[in-house]
Ligand binder design. Structure first.
Ligand SMILES: [Zn+2]
Length: 291
């Protein structure tokens, strides 16, 4: 409840910003902007560049991130803050061919207190058999390879939307303690959905994976470009295939309770350059790019 209130407050803060000024005051050339972020959130930033600097590398912490044209000599990027953030401020910078570094955005990371939920489960579901462990690890390696194949420019040209508007049974970021011992985090959003509910793509993209996985069962992963991916899990039926271009609203699957699932629901994950973030922060930030 407290979390929901915080979430609402943070979105209200966004809304009041919109009223008081332009949705996104675009920074001038050589202007360093300061942006507040939170663990598990993504921020849209835009910046000006000089002609010929389109190929400059964008570096945030120790990661090189993709950036794409916004028109009129400007570029944009979506910058995710890991759930496991050390909360230290940092500066993203462009590195030119001649190694000159141009700082473009300072990030301030506000702490965010995620809720803890205690769950009692059959120990076999937290301690994997050798065979299951081997399968899960093999799939992790396969997915890690796929996640390096994102398109350098976005497939989408409108804001992201939520996959369902049904009741959310588990919000992003809950810290889970199983049987008072095993700990993990829920880095996605769970929606109430009976078996067989049509699941739409939340934005345009290219299907990266469509098949069965140990943890998430029937799974569809869509690459939206720029290392932005959405994941749909525990599906009863996959209705697309890898390589297919899908538009926002296209039905890619039917909901279910396959994989490690306690009951029928949709698990929706948003992964941005390696970090699972709150999908609602992506929805809000893409509204800044596409008001
Ligand atoms: Zn989930």
């Amino acid at each position: 409840m407290k979390y929901l209130l915080l979430l609402l407050l943070s979105f209200q803060a966004c809304a009041s910003e919109k009223k008081s000024g332009p949705v996104n005051p675009l920074p001038a050339l050589n202007e360093i902007i300061t942006v507040e972020t939170q663990p598990g959130f993504v921020r849209w930033v835009s910046f000006a560049i000089e002609p010929g600097q389109e190929t400059a590398e964008l570096w945030c912490k120790d990661q090189q991130l993709k950036h794409a044209p916004l028109g009129q000599g400007r570029r944009f990027a979506y910058i995710a803050e890991t759930y496991f953030s050390d909360l230290k401020p940092y500066t993203c910078r462009l590195i030119l061919k001649n190694k000159t570094e141009i700082p473009i955005v300072n990030f301030l990371v506000k702490p965010f207190k995620y809720k803890e939920e205690k769950l009692k489960v059959d120990f076999r579901t937290v301690r994997l058999s050798k065979k299951d462990l081997k399968r899960a690890q093999k799939e992790q390696r396969m997915l890690a390879g796929l996640y390096t194949q994102s398109a350098s420019e976005p497939y989408f040209n409108r804001a992201f939307v939520a996959p369902l508007d049904s009741f959310i049974t588990s919000i992003y970021g809950n810290r889970r303690v199983y049987n008072n011992a095993h700990k993990s985090q829920h880095l996605g959003t769970d929606y109430r959905a009976a078996v067989g509910v049509p699941i739409p793509a939340v934005n345009r993209g290219r299907v990266l994976f469509a098949g069965d996985l140990f943890y998430t069962g029937g799974t569809v992963i869509i690459d939206h470009g720029m290392d932005i991916f959405t994941v749909y899990g525990h599906l009863s039926e996959v209705k697309t295939q890898a390589g297919q271009i899908v538009n926002q609203g296209d039905i890619v699957a039917l909901s279910g309770h396959t994989g490690r699932s306690s009951g029928p629901h949709l698990h929706w994950g948003v992964k941005i350059h390696g970090h699972y973030v709150n999908g609602y922060s992506l929805i809000e930030e893409t509204k800044k790019q596409f008001p």
